[in-house]
Design a protein around this ligand. Structure first.
Ligand code: GLP
Length: 240
């Protein structure tokens, strides 16, 4: 079920997203957060950092990130590990051992996927933050992905690589593969918080909320989830 909130500016969208997250976590002793990368949640993360500066402690939080590129060293400036540390973890008090980001280096890739699932299986995510890809992907689960997937290795579609090329020097540098939490794990979160802004998200947002539930638009699976808050600006909501 969707609770849809539409605001004028990115700042207002971010504040609403923060309020929704805080409502879920504030009465929990050990909140489990599912976190996302991309431009959409940066404002939410700024609000969390402000909240910490004002005295709220995040030290009991346990976090799971959705995804990571394959083929970049962990400390490359475009890994999601770097993104999360720069945009959130470096300025909060969450202990490093409570932070889970799928690792894309080291062992055999299938082993990395099952390690991540093992860690995930020990917890229930209280709130999963999601952005949405222009093609309707969630995490890096591209159109065509079965709704039953657990953590898996994906081949990134051209649209996704083009959308994310803005963060790299050239399209050639954008990885072609990623590791991502699966759709079935995302659906197990107790609450989901989707943030989307801008006209380039309008079709995907329509597909998520009003389209047919189909693997062609992975976000449409959220129509089957009991508690989804969607925070949008007017452009992202323009096709609803
Ligand atoms: C990437 C991430 C997704 C994210 C999407 C949208 O592909 N893997 O998790 O939701 O981008 O990003 P943005 O918020 O920058 O539009």
């Amino acid at each position: 079920m969707f609770n849809i909130i539409i605001k004028d500016t990115y700042e207002e969208v971010s504040l609403e997203a923060f309020k929704a997250l805080k409502k879920v976590i504030s009465d929990k002793e050990k909140p489990v957060l599912g976190l996302a990368t991309g431009s959409s949640p940066i404002g939410l993360y700024k609000n969390m950092q402000e909240d910490y500066k004002k005295g709220y402690s995040y030290k009991n939080c346990i976090t799971f990130n959705l995804d990571e590129y394959i083929g970049l060293d962990k400390e490359h400036d475009q890994t999601y590990w770097t993104f999360m540390h720069k945009n959130l973890f470096d300025n909060l008090d969450i202990p490093e051992e409570n932070i889970h980001i799928p690792s894309a280096v080291g062992k055999d890739l299938q082993e990395l996927c099952s390690d991540y699932d093992k860690a995930l299986n020990e917890y229930v995510i209280d709130i999963q933050v999601l952005g949405i890809g222009g093609n309707g992907h969630i995490g890096f689960n591209e159109p065509g992905t079965s709704f039953d997937t657990k953590t898996n290795i994906v081949e990134l579609q051209e649209r996704t690589r083009l959308d994310n090329a803005r963060f790299f020097n050239s399209l050639d540098e954008v990885p072609t593969k990623a590791i991502t939490m699966g759709i079935s794990s995302i659906m197990q979160a107790k609450n989901i918080l989707v943030i989307a802004t801008g006209l380039n998200k309008a079709d995907a947002v329509y597909g998520m909320i009003k389209g047919e539930i189909s693997v062609d638009c992975p976000a449409s699976v959220l129509q089957n989830h009991p508690s989804v808050t969607v925070v949008l600006d007017k452009d992202a909501a323009s096709k609803l």
